[in-house]
Design a protein around this ligand. Structure first.
Ligand SMILES: C[C@](O)(CO)[C@H](O)COP(=O)(O)OP(=O)(O)OC[C@H]1O[C@@H](n2ccc(N)nc2=O)[C@H](O)[C@@H]1O
Ligand SMILES: Nc1ncnc2c1ncn2[C@@H]1O[C@H](COP(=O)(O)OP(=O)(O)OP(=O)(O)O)[C@@H](O)[C@H]1O
Length: 275
């Protein structure tokens, strides 16, 4: 049995620079990963896929899944039969800006590479990731990085390992494509210099305004996080609606989680740390 974690990704900053002719957008983003996420298991046997966990039921209604798409892409790329029994423990909310599906696809590629003795830096594995989604290459790499292009041109960065982080999702699924379409097409400039936290603090998430126009409750989630003590950075992740705060200490994070949990018990929360 191979067990792969599929860590949640957050965008410490996300600058949208231009709309391309192929409909995608040129971005510059600071990717960071958490110590928590979905968990994917791969057992020997004929090809199968099962879902469990708090968000498994939501996804089971969809016929197609990024894990099975990743497995099919892997089999084609390496000319191998499609086999292996996958079980996905779905702990991250779906369509929430923290790359859950992308992380699952990357975890499936890593698990299959391990099973078949293929190096994680094999260019064919990267090509599979790139074809599956803009966030999948970053998730395959799984470490702090500056992403350019659609997010697939990656430059490693020293991370903020161990920094406490709180994620809050106000319970609305937001479509990434719809949020990019609502961007106002104003290029507000590149990501600046400095260490990772300095660059993040100088930066912004250009998808926040379009996401808030679609899901105004995101403003409430950001205000709640901003109202907590000893934050180092408060921001929306990806295309939303999940927002996060980095804290000075685990006690600060716990106090914030308790306060937001008391005020909005129906919101999803995750207390984690940066990897
Ligand atoms: C917002 C981010 O999560 C930031 O990390 C990513 O840019 C989105 O990554 P993703 O969810 O893997 O996105 P994809 O599955 O590749 O694309 C979903 C849709 O979002 C839009 N899209 C996505 C990425 C990008 N750079 N420009 C876009 O315009 C496209 O309409 C695309 O059809
Ligand atoms: N394993 C999976 N987990 C989540 N979503 C999946 C999965 N497989 C397919 N999907 C589909 O992909 C869509 C996007 O899901 P995902 O959770 O990756 O979005 P996201 O968190 O907004 O990602 P990003 O931050 O990369 O934009 C979902 O609406 C769902 O229909």
């Amino acid at each position: 049995m191979i067990v792969e974690t599929a860590p949640a990704k957050i965008n410490l900053a996300l600058h949208v620079r231009a709309r391309r002719d192929d409909g995608y957008h040129e971005i510059e983003t600071l990717f960071a990963f958490l110590s928590d996420g979905d968990v994917l298991r791969l057992a020997p046997g004929p090809a199968s896929f099962a879902l469990e966990g708090p968000f498994g039921v939501i996804l089971s209604a969809e016929g197609d899944n990024l894990v099975t798409r990743a497995a099919a892409a892997f089999a084609r790329a390496f000319d191998l039969p499609s086999e292996g029994a996958f079980t996905l423990d779905k702990r991250l909310p779906v369509a929430s800006g923290i790359g859950g599906g992308s992380a699952d696809a990357a975890a499936a590629l890593r698990a299959l590479a391990r099973r078949n003795g293929i190096a994680i830096d094999d260019p064919r594995l990267f090509a599979c990731a790139d074809a599956l989604g803009s966030d999948v290459p970053a998730c395959l790499y799984g470490r702090s990085a500056l992403g350019r292009g659609r997010g697939e041109r990656l430059e490693p960065l020293d991370g903020l390992a161990g920094v406490p982080v709180l994620l809050v999702n106000p319970g609305v699924a937001v479509s990434t494509g719809a949020v990019f379409s609502a961007w106002d097409r104003v290029d507000r400039g590149p990501i600046g210099d400095g260490d990772l936290l300095e660059r993040a603090l100088l930066g912004r998430n250009d998808l926040e305004a379009p996401a808030r126009s679609i899901a105004p409750v995101i403003g409430e989630a950001l205000a709640m996080l901003e109202g907590t003590a000893n934050t180092r950075l408060v921001r929306m992740s990806g295309s939303g609606a999940t927002c996060f705060a980095l804290y000075e200490s685990e006690a600060d994070r716990a106090a914030a989680a308790a306060a937001i949990g008391a005020a909005r018990p129906e919101w999803w929360r995750l207390e984690s740390t940066l990897a």
